[in-house]
Design a binder for this molecule. Structure first.
Ligand code: FAD
Length: 281
């Protein structure tokens, strides 16, 4: 059976301890042979150096590192500078986003949407970068309507995106519907499913509230019923997310992108479960 095509996301650590922990996690996650590791970028460039440093470390270990780049709060000039820096380090892959500014941060910047950023990157650097963009099977929370959001996604592809990674979700039908709907708009790039392992109920609820990902009622109730029994939350989370991944791959998803939260255990456990079910199938 074929090994699933995976990629793994980190955020740039803020402390030397965090950096060391991430090194250890990365070493374990490298055993899963991901296609690349991506590193998030704080809105307004707040983690710019941390993002680059982490990507460079990933590259020095012999893996492909893909920085995220968000345009909100930036100028054409500042983004041009970042692109040049990426090129000077032979970075060939990036994830292009609008980003979200914290309230009170100031102006939105010169490029308003991710489609403007993709267009700018192509103007400035031609085909140098493999560009991934974000997709929202359950609709981006600020979109005026699902149809508007699909159009916005199609615009990013028309502007030159090579592939997409979805926001996380726990309902596979939302993903398959999204893929069908954008195909009707002529989109034929790979749409990799974003996967958030479940390890902590409170954290999951907080993130999902912010990014508009729906936690199905039955999953929410079950997680809540475990209280602070972390082992049961993790075991249940492993079952739910592994089954989700199996359905996605069986239904034709071209790959899985794990939001690792800089931890190795949950992503590794899901991957091993997938390997087990594939070899026994
Ligand atoms: P866009 O594609 O620009 O869409 C934003 C909103 O504008 C949507 O509601 C869309 O429907 C609407 N829209 C787009 N174009 C138009 C138009 N022409 N007219 C009207 N409305 C329009 N955030 C970070 O800050 N750093 C990260 O590293 C980061 N990594 C991420 C990685 C992934 C895989 C995902 C899924 C999200 C990530 N995010 C990150 C979060 C992301 O920045 C937010 O979800 C943000 O709110 C939207 O970014 P976008 O690139 O999807 O924006």
């Amino acid at each position: 059976m074929e090994t699933p095509n995976i990629s793994i996301e980190f955020f740039p650590p803020k402390t030397p301890e965090g950096t060391e922990k991430l090194r250890v996690a990365r070493q374990k996650l490298a055993e899963l042979q991901p296609k690349y590791f991506s590193v998030t970028f704080g809105a307004g460039g707040s983690t710019q150096q941390g993002t680059l440093d982490t990507v460079l470390e990933i590259q020095s270990e012999g893996h492909i590192g893909a920085p995220h780049l968000s345009c909100v709060g930036g100028t054409r000039e500042s983004i041009r500078g970042i692109l040049r820096e990426f090129q000077s380090h032979n970075i060939r892959r990036l994830v292009a986003l609008r980003g979200d500014l914290p309230s009170g941060y100031g102006g939105a910047g010169e490029l308003r949407y991710a489609s403007d950023l993709v267009e700018f990157i192509r103007q400035e650097t031609g085909d140098w970068f493999h560009i991934e963009v974000a997709a929202y099977p359950e609709m981006h929370p600020q979109a005026r309507s699902p149809q508007d959001d699909l159009q916005a996604f199609a615009r990013k592809v028309q502007a030159g995106a090579n592939a997409a990674i979805t926001q996380y979700f726990y309902n596979p039908d939302a993903y398959f519907q999204f893929v069908d709907n954008v195909a009707k708009l002529g989109v034929d790039i790979p749409i990799v499913a974003g996967i958030m392992p479940i390890t902590n109920y409170t954290q999951l609820m907080r993130f999902s509230e912010m990014c508009g990902a729906e936690i199905p009622r039955w999953i929410r109730l079950k997680l809540a019923s475990f209280g602070d029994d972390s082992a049961s939350i993790k075991a249940f989370g492993l079952d739910v997310v592994s089954q989700l991944c199996e359905k996605l791959l069986a239904g034709g998803a071209p790959g899985l992108h794990f939001y690792s939260m800089n931890q190795a255990a949950a992503t590794t456990a899901i991957w091993q479960r997938l390997q087990g079910s594939r070899t026994s199938a």
